[in-house]
Design a binder for this molecule. Structure first.
Ligand SMILES: [Zn+2]
Length: 320
């Protein structure tokens, strides 16, 4: 959309505004400079309505310039009924991601971009001067959207003829906040490197057995270390083998795949908030990883998710 008018070019033909269909930060900033172009983009991407029917008259409303509004435009019904104009209005944010907040639509767009690509909150604060309350509320909203999406779309790993390595690990900032410590169950499918990471309340036999049933397909060969065996216990292993066809091998050196996944997960924990609710962090990590593996841009994927939500039915219990 911007490419044809772009005056800034990088050397050797590098894409200044991202690749085709994949907006980068420069694209987002440039887009936000021009209200008409910005709204055209949002309409084309299905993020706001490109046409809207009046609820009273069932005729198309007209998108009308309105300088008194930050949004610049408003939907107005100009249908004549009994010699008077209907005059019903609707904001252009109606039933969209942008209806969540009083911030300018451009601000919401940029904030969304930064959160979804994983920019640290402190860097966003420096760059755009948003208040810390605004940033933390928005990050929480983005986190919740991704958590709900991952919960709906995540699938079990393993299956007949497949091997899965499992390991429990304690997560949290031991120095600052003991209460934030949290057990996390990790599983890695050996050949595909498909992952599950699930926040669990403890490492009791019951929790582990339930988590394995929930996340690992029947017929899987499961490997773990002796500590994990100590937590699951012989009885649960036998139960899972008989009733779910899951076989177990516990030894010292056969869980390299899950150990390397754990290292990667922990090293990518952002510095902005080490006591963040771990379930949100895990879902964001798995979301970004699955986008990368499937060659999908995270921001584009997030826009597709929010486009599919019926915002008028969603009750948001916070002011953003
Ligand atoms: Zn009307």
């Amino acid at each position: 959309m911007l490419e044809s008018n772009a005056s800034l070019k990088f050397s050797n033909g590098k894409k200044t505004y991202g690749c085709q269909g994949i907006p980068n930060r420069l694209f987002c900033l440039k887009l936000c400079e021009n209200k008409q172009l910005f709204l055209d983009f949002l309409k084309e991407a299905g993020l706001i309505y490109s046409e809207l029917l009046c609820e009273k008259c069932s005729v198309p409303m007209i998108l009308t310039p309105k300088n008194s509004l930050n949004d610049g435009f408003s939907w107005i019904c100009k249908n004549k009924r009994d010699k008077t104009v209907c005059g019903t209005t609707k904001t252009i944010r109606y039933d969209s991601w942008f209806s969540c907040s009083k911030l300018k639509m451009e601000e919401i767009f940029l904030l969304t971009y930064e959160f979804v690509i994983g920019t640290d909150t402190s860097d966003i604060e420096k760059e755009y001067s948003f208040s810390s309350a605004t940033l933390s509320n928005w990050r929480m909203l983005v986190n919740k959207i991704i958590f709900d999406y991952m919960e709906k779309t995540s699938q079990k790993i393993g299956g007949v003829g497949k091997s899965v390595e499992i390991k429990m690990s304690k997560w949290g900032n031991k120095i600052c906040d003991r209460d934030s410590e949290q057990w996390v169950f990790g599983g890695s499918e050996r050949d595909s490197r498909k992952l599950v990471f699930v926040a669990v309340p403890d490492r009791t036999e019951e929790t582990l057995s339930d988590t394995i049933k929930e996340w690992i397909e029947p017929g899987t060969s499961v490997s773990g270390c002796m500590n994990t065996y100590g937590s699951i216990g012989q009885e649960s292993c036998e139960y899972l083998t008989i009733n779910h066809g899951i076989s177990f091998t516990f030894s010292k050196g056969n869980i390299n795949s899950i150990l390397s996944s754990w290292r990667h997960l922990k090293s990518s924990l952002p510095s902005y908030n080490r006591s963040i609710d771990i379930k949100y962090y895990l879902s964001m990590y798995l979301f970004q990883k699955s986008c990368k593996e499937n060659g999908i841009d995270v921001f584009v994927h997030f826009l597709e998710i929010i486009r599919g939500i019926e915002w008028k039915k969603k009750q948001l219990n916070q002011t953003l």
